[in-house]
Design a protein around this ligand. Sequence first.
Ligand code: ADP
Ligand code: MG
Length: 717
Amino acid sequence: MSASSIVNSAQKPTPTYAQKALAKLGLVRDIDFALHLPLRYEDETHMTALRDARHGETVQIEAVVTSCEIQSKGKRQLVVTVVDGEPLGRGVACTLRFFNFYPSHQRALAVGERLRIRGEVKRSLLGLSMLHPSFKPAGGDLAQVLTAVYPTSAGLPQGYIRKAVWGGLLRATQRGDLSETLALPQLPSLQAALELLHHPTPDVSVATLEDRSHPAWQRLKAEELLAQQLSQLQARRERAKMRAHTLPVRIAPVGIRPSTSSDRTADGLPEQLLGVLPFALTHAQERVQREIATDLTQSKPMNRLLQGDVGSGKTVVAALAAAQCIAAGCQCALMVPTEILAQQHFAKLVGWLEPLLAARGLSVAWLSGTQKTKERREMLAKIASGEAALVVGTHAIIQNKVTFTKLALVIVDEQHRFGVAQRLALKEKTQGTMHPHLLMMSATPIPRTLAMSYYADLDVSTIDELPPGRTPIVTKIVAMAKRDEVVRRIIDQLKAGRQVYWVCPLIEESEAVDLVNATETHAALQAALHRALPSARVALLHSKVPALEKKALMQAFEKNDVQVLVSTTVIEVGVDVPNATLMVIEHAERFGLAQLHQLRGRVGRGLAASACVLLYATNDSGKLGDAAKARLKAMVDTTDGFEIARRDLHIRGPGEFLGARQSGAQMLRFADLSQAPDQAWLKWAQATAPVMLDSAPQMAARHIERWLPSGASFMGA
Ligand code: ADP
Ligand code: MG
C-alpha cells in the first residue's frame, strides 16, 4: 500500500491477473466496485515541514535527494537522504530506507531529484527517518479531496484499485444502478452516500468517516442489513416449502440403556450407541443432541449448525444423529474436508457403529478421491443397494456417480472449509421433492452478536462445555533463533513417555519449498533427538505422502510407535491422540488465528499437562507485523474458542468478508452488530424486510441483486 506509484506503474499487472485478483476481492460488476468502500483516508491536501513533523505522524513533504546509496552492512538496504525547505535543500534532513528495492528505485531517487514523499516519520537521536515511504516527482497540484485508501490484496497496487473503484462508481451512477430501492428520508441517498465516501471533501470529518458514524455510512449499513434480511427471509420461505424424511425417535431418556425390544420405525440404534460409548455425554452434548433429534422428527429439512470448540465432542453428537437416521431406515452421509480426517471418523464411527449396523445387515461405506477403483466400485454398489447406511468421505461423496437409495441426513464437518460449488452440489443430492436434513459442524464459533444476524435461517446448537478431565494448555511464544530450547523441551516430554506434534506451515504458492522445509526440519529434529534418545522415532507427514503410508503413519503415532510427528498442516483437523502433550508450530506468524487455535486443540486431550509453543520468525525488516503480533498474543491470552473468534474478527476487520465470501457466505461488510446503532438498524431491517417482500417484490429483488454478487448468499440463506 505504501509502495511508490512510480515503481508500481512499472509493474502494472496484466489484465487477466488483475481481473482475477479483483474477482477474488468480490469485484466483478460495476456495483461491486461502487460498494468497495475505503478502509481509511489519507490527507494529501496539504504539505508538512519536516521541522514540524511529529514522531509517528504520517506526513506529505517535498524534498530534494542529497545522497542515495546501497548499504550492505547488516541487512541490505537502499538508504536515501532528502532535505526539505524553501527552497528545497535548505530545510531539515530525513533518511529514507528501502529494504525491497529495484533499479527503478535508484533511478527515481538519484541525487538531485525533487520529490513529493509520503510516509510515517520516526524521530530518534539519529534524526528523522521514514521506512518504505511512497514518492513521486515534486510539484503538481495538491489534492482537493481526501485520498481514499481501499482494501486490496497482494499484487493489486492501491492506485490500480482506486482507479477501478472510481470507474465502477461512475458507470454505476451513469447507468442508474444506484437509484433508490427504499426511502430513508433522514439519510443521504445511496448515490450521494457513495459519492461522499469515495470522494470526501476536506470539510468532512475524517473521524466520523473512519468510525463509520457519518450518515453516509449509516445509509450503507441500513441498505446492507436490509439486503441480508431480505435474502434470508426469502430463503426461509423457500425452505418452508421443502419436505424431508421424518426420522422418529423413541422416547427414552438420554443415557439410559434401552430394553432390547425393537419396533420398526425406531429400532433403538441411538440408545444402543450410547450404551457402547466409553463415556457419558456431557450436559452440553445431551442438550444439542436433543435439539438435533427434535429437528429430525420434522417433515421440513433441518438446517442446523453445530458449533463447539475443538475437542468438545461433536463427533459423537453427529454419530447419534446418524443413528437416528439409520434407525428410521434411511441413509446418512458424513462429509469431511480431508482424507486423514475421513479415516479418523471412519475408524471411530466404525468402532462404535459397525457392530450395531452389522446386526441389522447394514454397513458403513467410505469414499475418497484417492481410493482404488475396485474398492470405490464396491462402495458405490453398497450405497446404491442401500446396504451402506452410513457413508463417510471427502467431497467425493457428492459427485454425481454416487447414488443413494434414501438419503435423509447430510452431516458436514468443518463446514467452513467447503466451497460454494460443493455446497451447491450437496443441495442437488435431493431425491424427487425430498431434501436431506443438513447438519453442519464447525469448531470456529461465531460470536453471539454475529450469529443472531448471519444465521437467521440457520438454527445454531452450541456445545459450550468440554468433556471432563481436560487440562489447560499453556501457550508460549518463542523466537525461531531459540529453537534449541524447544528441542530440549521435546526431549523432556519424550522422556516422560509423551508424544509431540511439530507443524510446519504449508503455503499454497510454494508447496515445493515448504516440503523442503518440512523435510529439513524432520531431518534436523531426528538428528538432535537421536543424540539424546536413540530410540525416539520421528515421522514426517505431508501432502505428497501416499494415502496408505499416511494412514500407517497416523496409526503408528496413535499407538505411540512414533513419538514425534512432523507434518505440514494435514493434521489440522480431527486428529485425536490424548498422549500427545506438546504442539510446536513453526512459523506460527504465518498461520491464521482460527488455524492456530485448531492446531493447539490437538493437545490437552488427556490428563497430563500440555503446552503449545509458537515459533515465530521476523520479516525482512526484523519485525513481526501488527496482525501477526495480535494473533500470537491472542493465543497466549486465551484458550477459549469464542474469545479467539472474537479477536480474529477484530484483527481481520473489513477484510474478513473476503475469505468468507469465497466459501459462499457473505459476511456483513459494513454493519457491525456489536455497535448499538447498527443493532437498531438490524431491528429496522427485520421489520422492513417482510413488508417489502410482500408489497414490492420486484424492488426487493433489485435490492438483493445489488448487494449480493450473483450466486452468493448470506450465510445460512
Ligand atoms: P471435536 O468437537 O473437536 O470434533 P471430538 O468429537 O473429536 O471433538 O472429541 C474429542 C475427544 O473427546 C474424542 O476422543 C472423543 O471420543 C472424546 N469425547 C467426546 N465426548 C466425550 C465425553 N462426553 N466424555 C469424555 N470424552 C469425550
Ligand atoms: Mg471434529
